[in-house]
Design a protein. Structure first.
Ligand code: ADP
Ligand code: GN1
Ligand code: MG
Length: 363
């Protein structure tokens, strides 16, 4: 069989409780395919998340699953003592062969999680309390993984947050111009080139390696429907060795602006200071236990750098013909690049004030 991976066939390979009643696409990720599976168990519905791992992006899906298995077990052990512990860590569902993933006849890799009920993710944050919650949860995630026993986790995507290498890839995409789009992105290319000098600043700062999430989009934390509290950090494919500031930076990118990542009205894109303040306070409440002075110094900068980095990734993918991120309209990756660059400008305008705030809180 060719075409789309067969999610129904994959679902039959997991130890779900009862018969599969329904299976539907879920979420809006740019890389993997996610399905919500509803089963009938003893008369009551039980839900699961089923995911197909994109092997063009994750070249070694088994390495991804080995990381996820170790990380979820470690987080679950620490959550066990907390109130509502069962909802505070993702739980993998075993496949019928006893492993925590399934490889189908086409060589595609699948995994399933228990669905965390009465909580949800949001594309944009609408209050500073939400920003605080997300940042505290991602900081807590780093803190809990600091005690993960060796060996070192696999690097599921090498050089994932190596901004200088991302910049080289952009220059290569410009030179190749395979989709004939360079002429349509002149301003964005210039914007990127005038900021090349900042790309190495985090890597060159001698910051400590930690275990980091690396994809701390606001929609990768589930907030409780009733209390609004962050319940669980999700989307663990890129958990690997990294810098703490990759995570803080991506929170700034995805939480401080009220606009969607692909907003076309650029005047709506802006770094809202109260959201940044909530991120700093929330992150330090947990990560404050281990962050060094040098890491604190770069908190505001990391927001600018990671926003810039994702911007150049969207731009390179646009120029390369949209082969990496899923797109849903013409020029989608260029629109995404433009919002990132607008946000970089907004951060540049407020960077000094952001640094002063960090110093007053963390200094
Ligand atoms: P992607 O890599 O495509 O972003 P995610 O792992 O973030 O995939 O899942 C996509 C969406 O599915 C999430 O934003 C969240 O709303 C939902 N989701 C994922 N895992 C769970 C879970 N265990 N319980 C409840 N919802 C989940
Ligand atoms: C991708 O899979 P998703 O949508 O959570 C990407 C991230 C980007 C993000 C931009 C493996 O994340 O690095 O920051 O899109 N994931 C990968 O929205 O490349
Ligand atoms: Mg996600």
């Amino acid at each position: 069989m060719s075409g789309r991976p067969d999610a129904r066939a994959a679902a039959s390979q997991f130890e779900f409780s009862g018969e599969v009643l329904d299976l539907a696409p879920h979420g809006g990720g740019h890389i993997n395919d996610t399905y919500l599976v509803t089963c009938e168990a003893l008369g009551a519905p039980v839900r699961y998340i089923l995911q197909h791992i994109n092997r063009h992006v994750f070249r070694d899906p088994v390495a991804v699953m080995q990381n996820v298995e170790r990380v979820t077990a470690h987080l679950a052990a620490q959550a066990a003592g907390q109130p509502d512990g069962a909802r505070r860590a993702l739980r993998l569902v075993a496949a019928r062969d006893g492993r925590k993933w399934h490889v189908d006849a086409q060589g595609e890799t699948w995994r399933a999680y228990c669905f965390i009920e009465n909580a949800r993710s949001y594309e944009t944050a609408t209050s500073s309390e939400q920003a605080f919650q997300a940042a505290r949860a991602f900081g807590g995630f780093q803190q809990q993984l600091a005690s993960l026993p060796p060996p070192r986790l696999h690097e599921t995507i090498p050089d994932f947050h190596n901004t200088p290498k991302r910049f080289v890839a952009l220059e290569q995409a410009i030179a190749a111009d395979v989709a004939g789009r360079v002429a349509l992105a002149k301003l964005e290319i210039e914007f990127a080139r005038t900021r090349q000098a900042i790309t190495g600043n985090l890597l060159d700062a001698g910051l400590p390696e930690r275990i980091t999430h690396n994809d701390t989009k606001f929609n990768n934390v589930l907030l409780d429907d009733k209390t609004g509290e962050a319940v669980c950090v999700i989307d663990l494919d890129t958990v690997m060795p990294g810098l703490a500031l990759y995570d803080f930076g991506d929170m700034v990118r995805t939480t401080t602006s009220p606009a969607a990542e692909d907003e076309k009205v650029l005047s709506l894109v802006t770094m809202q200071f109260p959201m940044f303040e909530a991120l700093v306070r929330g992150y330090l409440e947990t990560a404050g236990a281990f962050l060094t002075a040098a890491e604190r110094e770069f908190l505001a900068f990391s927001g600018k750098l990671i926003t810039f980095e994702i911007g150049i990734r969207f731009l390179a993918d646009y120029l390369g013909g949209d082969t990496y991120f899923k797109v849903h309209r013409d020029g989608h990756n260029l629109d995404r690049c433009r919002t990132q660059f607008r946000l970089v400008e907004s951060i540049e305008q407020q960077e000094e004030e952001m640094n002063r705030l960090v110093e007053s809180i963390a200094g």
